[in-house]
Design a protein around this ligand. Sequence first.
Ligand SMILES: Cc1cc2nc3c(=O)[nH]c(=O)nc-3n(C[C@H](O)[C@H](O)[C@H](O)COP(=O)(O)O)c2cc1C
Length: 318
Amino acid sequence: MIDWTDRHCRYFHRQLSPHAVLYTEMITAPAILHGDQERLLGFSNAEHPVVLQLGGSDPAQLARAAKIGADAGYDAINLNCGCPSDRVQQGKFGACLMAEPSLVADCIKEMQNATGIPVTVKCRIGIDDAPPEIMLRKFVENLVAVGCDMFIIHARKAWLKGLSPKENREIPPLDYKLPALIKHEYGVKVILNGGIKTVQHVRDHLEIFDGVMIGREAYQNPWFIAELEHEIYQTPLPCRLKILEKMCEYMTERAAQTDTHSGTPIKSITRHMLGLFNGMAGAKTWRRILGGEAHAATNAHDFIMPLAQQILSHNREG
Ligand SMILES: Cc1cc2nc3c(=O)[nH]c(=O)nc-3n(C[C@H](O)[C@H](O)[C@H](O)COP(=O)(O)O)c2cc1C
């Protein structure tokens, strides 16, 4: 998720769930071709399975960017056809591509030919006032024809004019029925996305779909990821202290790394961990201290572990 997630967030989420498939935020093909590839694409081995999400609409450019991603070790490539922001529309990528299924098919074909790893698509159910039951079918049909067999569907329309990206994640109503029909009619894998916030939601959707993608709830309430791992894969719930020990080690390692020109500041990692104690006594203190002290801290362990121990002993949890 642009501006929210990054490699450090994924590393943290991986500590909470060994099984979840993690995605990068959308990175545009031109950025990869002309930008700092180590900074944009670098990741830790621990993050696998990890998927690179690309933005773009030029088949040749996307193919080159996808190849760079595959060579960097990503497990799959995903093309973003769901982002409604103005900036993205100007570059002719994101959700506006739902109106150009044959161009998207060309992009997918080129990316498949260039990589040899799975190439998937993330889309909405439609855009603007086009009827979704027609637009989504036409879109999927064109991509199935070139061998694309997995779709992550954010189950609401995007309105390209008049709604902000934030409003476009909240106002258009969710429709989980159409993605289910698409799965059935085209025999493709469908990963459902949009508004999924509880273990029970996930259980219900997994009766029908091949998977779920969770955005905001996973970021804002990371313990939800551990609960899901526990419920779905019967993995024992992890210990928050052990996770934090691991994160402190990671912070020390990253501070010493020079692959991004200078070491990673502690606050760039702790910012993803602010919600770890959500719902527990002390959650606000955690958020305040981690958000504040992390700016000046040079040794993460010294301020993170005593605080976490205090919160957990208060809540009588390990
Ligand atoms: C800050 C922010 C940035 C996002 N950036 C991306 C992105 O880069 N790529 C993408 O496919 N979706 C992006 N999304 C959308 C989410 O992936 C997801 O589709 C949407 O939030 C609905 O799912 P949710 O209800 O589980 O959050 C972003 C969402 C937020 C809140």
